[in-house]
Design a protein around this ligand. Structure first.
Ligand code: CAA
Length: 257
């Protein structure tokens, strides 16, 4: 499919979505976000893809939602425009999604990275929720996911007072998985995605679902959900294969069944 605001490609079993509005620092307009979701859904349907990487460019992952497109919006325009829902639709992707972040990850860009399952950051990455400077507040998860990731004290400073996090701080506070030199961040994210894509697909999918359920459920319900998913995997050929491979000291050959 031809896209106007993003580039897509595959590398082995990894699907890659790259924002492509460099002059606007990859501002996430409704048109760009609808293409991102269409590309993710296409990779979701493609059995040859086992994991997905979302990225921008070295200068900017994304500098937020497109301010110019929102500037004159009324509350009714915002209510009727489904564009913030695109951030939620990312959560419906069952395959692992890794954000490869370099440069600015601000506002909706930071929120999109946090909606991914993991973040690989370059040393130049900067994370922030600067919406307060525009007279608004985060609207796509910035008060919820950020607080769960870094805790209330720091989230309050970031959202109320535009405190920005360097890549090193983001790693220190558990917002990102790892920080690598700028020349390597995309390669490293794709490598991590390749490794996960080579694993038992149904187990990966259910494990991702179980971890994300932490944010939705109380502990007892989460534990019961986890147990059901764990038992469910005993209906897969890959469980038989994985355990037989271990017992017979050979490499497993995953079927995704
Ligand atoms: N929306 C639209 N355009 C944007 C943009 C955004 N979020 N961020 C940057 N741009 C545009 C600039 O307007 C500029 O365009 P022109 O060349 O046509 O003037 C171009 O990108 C380059 O930007 P700057 O000249 O500002 O670059 P800089 O290096 O001086 O500053 C920056 C970089 C600090 C990231 C600065 O651009 C900035 O503060 N951007 C806005 C960040 C922001 O407030 N994000 C939150 C958006 S609201 C949101 O995301 C709501 C939500 O929760 C969903």
């Amino acid at each position: 499919m031809n896209y106007e605001y993003i580039l897509t490609r595959t590398d082995g079993r990894v699907g890659i979505v790259q924002f492509n509005r460099p002059k606007a620092l990859n501002a996430l307009s409704p048109a760009l976000m609808s293409e991102v979701i269409a590309a993710l859904e296409a990779f979701e349907r493609d059995a040859a893809v086992g994991a997905i990487v979302i990225t921008g460019n070295e200068r900017a992952f994304a500098a937020g939602a497109d301010i110019k497109e929102m500037a004159q919006a009324s509350v009714v325009d915002m209510l009727h425009n489904p564009f913030i829902d695109y951030w939620d639709r990312l959560r419906r992707i069952s395959k692992p999604v890794i954000a490869a972040v370099s440069g600015f990850a601000f506002g909706g860009g930071c929120e999109l990275a946090m909606a991914c399952d993991m973040i690989v950051a370059s040393e130049t990455a900067v994370f922030g929720q600067p919406e307060i400077n525009l007279g608004v507040m985060p609207g796509a998860g910035g008060t919820q996911r950020l607080t769960r990731a870094v805790g209330k004290a720091l989230a309050m400073e970031m959202v109320l007072n535009d405190r920005r996090l360097s890549a090193a701080e983001a790693e220190q506070y558990g917002l990102v998985n790892r920080v690598v030199p700028v020349e390597l961040y995309l390669e490293e994210a794709v490598k991590l995605a390749q490794q996960i894509a080579a694993r038992a697909p149904v187990a990966v999918r259910l494990a991702k679902e179980a971890i994300n359920a932490v944010y939705e459920m109380p502990l007892q319900a989460g534990l019961a959900h986890e147990r059901r998913l764990f038992y469910m995997l005993f209906a897969t050929a890959d469980q038989k294969e994985g355990m037989d491979a271990f017992v017979n000291k050979r490499a497993a050959n995953w079927q995704g069944k």
